[in-house]
Design a protein around this ligand. Structure first.
Ligand code: GUN
Length: 291
């Protein structure tokens, strides 16, 4: 197995953060302030706490200002919406991210709709989803944009390729499909009701797996030479004598790496790209705000 089959997202993200740091310093010299990213966390979900702390550290490491706001799990909607409105009006804040998932009593769509589209660095606001759908400039969700960067880095021009996106979430599957369509791929979006998924995946030159099911995509579904992007981060049940299970993707990596032309590992593939792209989006927002 040749080493360069592996798409090293960790390395790519590191280089991306390097160029962001340079641009962030240029921004500070020009604007007389740092580019600022605000992250709001509601509740105490352990995975979310890890993400938020990692975002804060990387924001500061890139020379940007990080503002972190924490609300208790039982915070009411008016408190959260009021906080977002304050951040919308704050000139030191260029980007606002409300960590998802939110506690069940909060309406995610309403919360996202309250974020100013010009500070929506997650690209979740309907205005930004609409801009992506019609080919206008706007903020694009970080994970699919990171996947596209890895694909273009590896493959160059994607036009005419058959791309299969497995998963239809608003955060990954749908924007991923839009991005690949904009690159002139022939795009199929597969999901839990898709008939004969293995056969659909076998037609793909590009497979993006974003279903959240551990090792669901098997090696014999992959067309030889295809490029496989694995968005999944799933923890397996612990093996005997262990307290924590292994982290695996949505693709059977050990099998698929034998067949694919290139593949992202989990961890170290798509995961590290998400925060790097978030910082990129925040910096783009900062430059937009100073005109
Ligand atoms: N939770 C997991 N990934 C993300 C993300 O990219 N943005 C937000 N807001 N929440 C998340």
């Amino acid at each position: 197995m040749s080493e360069n089959k592996v798409i090293d997202g960790k390395d790519f993200a590191e280089r991306l953060r390097g160029s962001i740091a340079t641009l962030a310093a240029e921004f500070e010299a020009k604007a007389g302030r740092k580019a600022g990213l605000a992250v709001v966390l509601v509740g105490e979900d352990p995975a979310s706490q890890v993400y938020v702390s990692s975002k804060g550290k990387q924001t500061v490491a890139c020379g940007m200002a990080s503002f972190e706001y924490k609300l208790p799990a039982d915070a009411d909607e008016a408190t959260l919406l009021g906080m977002i409105e304050q951040l919308n009006a704050d000139p030191a804040v260029d980007g606002i991210l409300v960590q998802l998932p939110l506690p069940r009593h909060l309406d995610e769509q309403k919360v996202i709709a309250t974020i100013s589209p010009d500070k929506d660095v997650d690209g979740f606001h309907v205005t930004n989803a609409g801009r992506l759908a019609v080919g206008q400039a706007g903020y694009v969700p970080c994970t699919p944009l990171g996947c596209l960067m890895l694909l273009k880095d590896r493959l160059g021009d994607l036009s005419g390729m058959n791309a299969v996106v497995i998963g239809r979430s608003n955060i990954v599957g749908k924007p991923m499909a839009q991005l690949l369509l904009a690159e002139s791929c022939t795009v199929t979006v597969a999901h839990s009701r898709t008939k004969d998924l293995p056969e659909v995946v076998r037609r793909a030159d590009i497979v993006v797996a974003a279903v959240g099911r551990p090792e669901m995509v098997k090696a014999d579904w992959i067309k030889p030479g295809a490029t496989v992007i694995d968005v999944g981060i799933n923890r397996l049940p612990p093996a005997e004598g262990k307290t924590k299970g292994r982290i695996v993707g949505d693709v059977d990596y050990q099998g698929a790496v034998q067949v694919a032309g290139a593949i992202t590992p989990v961890p170290g593939g798509v995961g590290p790209m998400t925060i790097a792209v978030l910082l990129r989006n925040a910096l783009v927002a900062a430059y937009d705000h100073i005109g």
